[in-house]
Write a protein that binds this ligand. Structure first.
Ligand SMILES: [Zn+2]
Length: 328
């Protein structure tokens, strides 16, 4: 028997949608900042799903995907289960247009227990975990990169409790899946490896031009979320393919972390994200202010660049310049 639910101060009946806030925090002048949530309580029983955007405050495309899914695409009268949408998971970073909040230099950790007595952002993260994520069955967290970049889904296979379903969800998104190797660099994404933490099946989406609301990214992200909801039988319909031009590589590639530069200067890219690269090929050149090439950056193995790391192409010694994948 389907019952009402209460999240963020709002009680929502079966087949209805409601709007609330998970926590109030205050800035130095007393200005109250809220953490808005959209609660859709399906008419029938089913899985509990949280979809979040803008954990990195500059990546506003997640807020648009949450809006499309909950305000345009899904009808609560036809939904099986519960969806909690968190359009802006990092309101302070979002205000500033930054990845992290200027107040404490952090972004909220929402996929594992936070610190309800910590800094302003840590308290927001704890509110998301305690009130929402820890009560859910599955989650999708939506991010994005700055152009030039590709769209993809990050899928953690570290945790034996969640790996099989994470893989199914990743494949259902229809995007190229970047999966973590056994000892990869997606630490923390699984969130449930420590004993006693609830396992929540989880993938992250990485969309294109994260700071802009574009049709392409809105469309890719919305289709990915709806596909995962179809996989879990929360809504009716066939899982849809993503447009071919946005699916790259073999569709399933291993995360290989980042590449860094040794010299400072201005970076010129010589390869495109999503383009196959042989090990040893030059992917970028760094110029000094006099116009001399001071470094040619070689790719470490066969694989792909999924996104260039720097929105700004001036780099220091040790700057990360690209997120890369390994071709097996
Ligand atoms: Zn991000």
């Amino acid at each position: 028997m389907k019952t009402e639910v209460t999240f963020g101060g709002v009680t929502v009946q079966p087949g209805e949608i409601g709007f609330g806030s998970l926590i109030d925090v205050e800035l130095k002048d007393g200005t109250v900042v809220k953490l808005p949530i959209i609660v859709m309580n399906g008419a029938e029983d089913g899985p509990k799903f949280v979809v979040s955007g803008a954990v990195h405050g500059s990546e506003l495309i997640g807020a648009e995907v949450v809006r499309r899914v909950l305000r345009e695409k899904v009808d609560p009268k036809k939904l099986k289960g519960l969806v909690v949408g968190i359009p802006i998971s990092n309101p302070l970073g979002f205000q500033a247009g930054n990845r992290s909040a200027p107040q404490d230099g952090l972004f909220p950790v929402i996929n594992r227990p936070g610190d309800s007595g910590g800094s302003i952002t840590q308290r927001m993260g704890a509110a998301v975990w305690d009130q929402v994520t820890s009560k859910m069955d599955l989650r999708i967290d939506i991010h994005g990169n700055m152009r030039p970049c590709t769209a993809f889904c990050l899928c953690s296979l570290h945790d034996p409790k969640t790996r099989d379903m994470n893989e199914k969800m990743g494949r259902a998104t229809g995007l190229t899946v970047v999966y973590s190797p056994p000892t990869g660099t997606l630490e923390g994404m699984g969130g449930a490896r420590a004993e006693g933490i609830k396992a929540v099946y989880s993938v992250s989406l990485e969309l294109i031009a994260a700071g802009k609301v574009t049709e392409v990214s809105g469309d890719l992200g919305t289709r990915a979320v709806l596909n995962v909801m179809k996989l879990w039988s929360m809504i009716e319909g066939e899982i849809e393919k993503q447009p071919e031009e946005y699916v790259w590589g073999p569709g399933w590639v291993q995360n290989a972390g980042r590449i860094k530069v040794n010299r400072g200067g201005i970076l010129h890219f010589t390869k495109d994200p999503g383009e196959f690269i042989k090990g040893g090929e030059t992917v970028a050149k760094t110029y000094n202010p006099y116009g001399d090439i001071v470094e040619e950056i070689k790719f470490p193995h066969d694989g792909y660049i999924r996104a260039w790391a720097a929105a700004h192409q001036a780099v220091n010694t040790g700057s990360s310049i690209a997120y890369i994948t390994h071709d097996e």
